[in-house]
Design a protein around this ligand. Sequence first.
Ligand code: PEP
Length: 253
Amino acid sequence: MRKTIIAGNWKMNHLGSDVDSTLKALTKAVGTSSKAEIVIAPVFPYLASAVALTKGTPVRIAAQNMHWKDKGAYTGEVSPAMLVDLGVSHVIIGHSERRMDCNERDATVNLKVKAALAHGLTPIMCCGETLEQREKGDMQSWIEGQIEKGLAAITPEQMRSVVIAYEPIWAIGTGKTASAAQAEEVCAIIRRKIAALYDRALADDVSILYGGSVKGGNIAELTGSADIDGALVGGASLQAEDFMAIIDNAVIK
Ligand code: PEP
């Protein structure tokens, strides 16, 4: 079933004391139940404490990346088995900052999505176009290509556990949010592509999130759109109060 998901990507922010205070404030504000699935992605060193701090609450913990192998000679990497061992439930895969700064490609995104699923982790697979691609009229083919290559060899059964995040690169951390109409257009393109790769009923069950300067003031319009099922939030997830405003104002379909 399609879920509303509000996920916070803390990126390389927050020391241990900030992780502690922010998660304590967030879990207190959320209480014992939430209509939206709430996910927070701290940096690797604080995943264990984040899992402990959110135990028994509706807040789930994600990693911001992982390797696709279980173990071995991969210096500096973290495996899906290690994330599961820590109690992590979700993992962000193919964020545009990793695609641009760490040379992450669709083929490795696909390996990571497959590994996450094999380990029972929920992958949040990111896609998104640059402003240049949008202005050249290449947005649709680029997004469809990222979806097709990122999901290669994912079975229909596995696809039910995949979450997609559409994040136009020109809207990330820039304060420029895509209009609800622009975001909806692309999320609908993604859903149609998933329907073409699998079938319409399955595509209708996949949660597709929008990311790019989401705030408490724009989440209602975004999630009020037919194909937007939540948000992947960067800057506005760092403070519990700002993130709560997004959770509270999200439209649950
Ligand atoms: C992100 O990095 O995933 C993101 C959406 O960032 P921001 O909300 O700050 O634009």
